[in-house]
Design a protein around this ligand. Structure first.
Ligand code: TXA
Ligand code: MG
Length: 325
């Protein structure tokens, strides 16, 4: 098959026929967007360097930024990576689910160097979404899947968001409704003595620390090209509008991204969680950012969000979204 990547992608509801087509496309080196519980991923065969090259190009993603390989279960993950005790513990407790483990790459791994950006470690995740899980089982090999957005944009939590960024760059998008967690997986590196938090995400730091019985070491995202947390680019997840963070009141002309009912109700205000729940807020974050951005406001005022629970991940994404582009 010849993937020229010029036609507009088909978007299909994820019924049995579409799932079979998606698996076939992936096996043949195609690019298929599919739902996960965190955000939509753009999948390609992790072992097929040509498919991975096309994936980087479609996203306009710098090739020094490695991809997460998705597999159907922990056994499959353990063929790709070497799991020290801490990683085994976290895999047993949180997979399938919104956790990515970065571990040393196994000798038996089929994942291409390009997908790992040349690193000797590999990011692995077993997603919990039934469509993602069924697809991974059917394809039977690791699927590299970054979030299905153009690099630097807001991550997609619906098939419609995927098409808005990538319609003419991919072969198929499976529609499985809205992602329920709404924020990317938490990334923990288990490559030396102490597990490190590379990216806060869909599982709260405190929950992981409880299971480990120790604190996670925090890795501050440095400038681009950082080999430890290469994806923690300072400007990321960015809408067009400027963001004004920790705003206690709105100013004239601003749109408002509220939390816990702080701002006055108005048509340009969306409340991430009127009951001040960070899990609910994470689920709404990216669609509300897109909606407020589409309103044309020059600035979006963002109410203070507590740093506990999923608030750490929400604050992290908002901070990156607020960076000058
Ligand atoms: O929830 C998620 O994780 C979603 C869904 C689709 O699974 N995927 C996702 O992928 O967020 P992406 O590519 O947007 O973000 C992956 C992050 C990047 O920041 C990348 O640098 C980091 O994972 N990463 C991947 N492999 C790594 C490695 N070996 N060492 C350090 N960081 C790694
Ligand atoms: Mg991403």
């Amino acid at each position: 098959m010849n993937f020229t990547g010029t036609a507009r992608a088909q978007c299909r509801e994820a019924d049995a026929a579409a799932m079979a087509e998606a698996a076939r496309l992936l096996r043949e080196g195609g690019l298929v967007a599919f739902p996960t519980e965190t955000v939509y991923g753009l999948g390609a065969d992790a072992a097929n360097a040509a498919a991975i090259a096309r994936l980087y190009a479609a996203k306009e993603r710098p090739s020094f930024n490695p991809l997460i390989a998705h597999v159907a279960d922990a056994d499959a993950a353990m063929r790709e990576g070497v799991f020290p005790p801490a990683a085994q513990k976290l895999a047993a407790r949180f997979w399938p689910g919104p956790l990515t483990l970065v571990v040393p790459v196994a000798e038996t791994s089929r994942i291409s160097d390009l997908a790992r950006a040349g690193l000797r470690t590999v990011g692995l995740r077993v997603p919990a979404h039934p469509i993602a899980h069924a697809l991974l089982r059917d394809v039977g090999r690791p699927i590299a899947a970054p979030s299905a957005n153009r690099s630097g944009h807001v991550s997609p939590v619906s098939a419609e968001h995927v098409l808005a960024d990538l319609a003419d760059k991919i072969d198929l998008a499976l529609d499985g409704g809205s992602s329920t967690v709404g924020i990317e997986s938490t990334i923990v590196a288990c490559i030396d003595a102490r597990p490190r938090l590379l990216r806060p995400g869909g599982i709260a730091r405190e929950t992981i620390e409880d299971v480990l019985g120790e604190k996670l070491v925090t890795v501050e995202g440095r400038a681009s090209g950082d080999p430890i947390a290469p994806g923690m680019l300072r400007s990321h997840y960015a809408p067009r509008a400027a963001l004004r963070l920790d705003a206690t009141a709105m100013q004239a002309g601003e749109a408002g991204l509220d939390f816990g009912g702080r701002f006055a109700l108005a048509k340009n205000v969306l409340d991430l969680s009127p009951r001040a729940d960070t899990v609910e807020a994470a689920a709404n974050l990216y669609s509300y950012l897109r909606e407020l951005d589409a309103s044309g406001a020059v600035t979006i005022a963002v109410a203070p969000i507590p740093a506990e629970g999923l608030g750490e991940a929400i604050r992290d994404r908002l901070k990156r979204a607020a960076q000058p582009k």
